[in-house]
Design a protein around this ligand. Sequence first.
Ligand code: PAF
Length: 298
Amino acid sequence: MQVITTASEMQYACRALKNNRTLGFVPTMGALHDGHLSLVHRALSECAAVAASIFVNPTQFAAGEDYDVYPRTFDADCAKLEAAGVSLLFAPSATEMYPPGATTFVEVASIGDRLDGASRPGHFRGVATVIAKLFNIVGPDRAYFGQKDAAQIAVLRAMIRDLNFPVQLIACPIVREPGGLAMSSRNRNLSADDRRRALILHHALRAACKLLQTGETNAEALSSAILTAFANDPHVRLDYAAIVDPATLLPVSDTAHGALIAVAAWVGSTRLIDNLLTENLPIDSLLIDNLLLEAPHV
Ligand code: PAF
């Protein structure tokens, strides 16, 4: 695996690697876990070659957020990507991505201000900007993202459509730890107590899932089950529980035609997110896809 730190070299190397074949791309902020590796494996199974990036993108963190303490495990990440079969890794510095004087940003209006965009103003402007830049540098045919960041997927799909990027966005299923906690680089920052408390996100979604299984599709009833689950632990601060259209992120009153049920919560000083995509699937597929009822109750 070749590790490249400048945009111009990466652009050149990606063009050579692509050579009329399908190029897959897995953008990350590092601290890689099995969720990231599932994206790499999926990309490798669908593309002739795969490039990845590791860049903790400062523009998607607001002042006072966890940029400084975001976990960084570069050497271990490189070993994982190389072992998986990634050909090129782009690992630029912040000044390489944002040279002095850079003033151009990509803003996905409206969608970018919903869910995490509402809680973290400017977050999706940073995400859309860095992904637009990475797409221009790598030139992938397919780009792989985790479904855990469901709002990010909606924002990036809108950006791809609006700016005519010739890229197919592939959303890959959430990967969970044995207790059901959605894998996240930020889980590394949880204390043992907070890790136990963090399961509440999963439990709340399970409560909604159980109701869905009985045929309930009313968003208020599903929300209320989620809020009840969160009320059980005063140490976890719910940021949002939302039942929305997965493409527009606007609230829906009924999930019968598919919905994204998303939660965000502060566990100690770490903000975590998780979600359930009901899509238009039969309930059995929904349960299998999200491992909700299979996971042991901890
Ligand atoms: O999901 C992430 O890890 C980041 O938001 C991304 C897409 C790599 C952009 O920095």
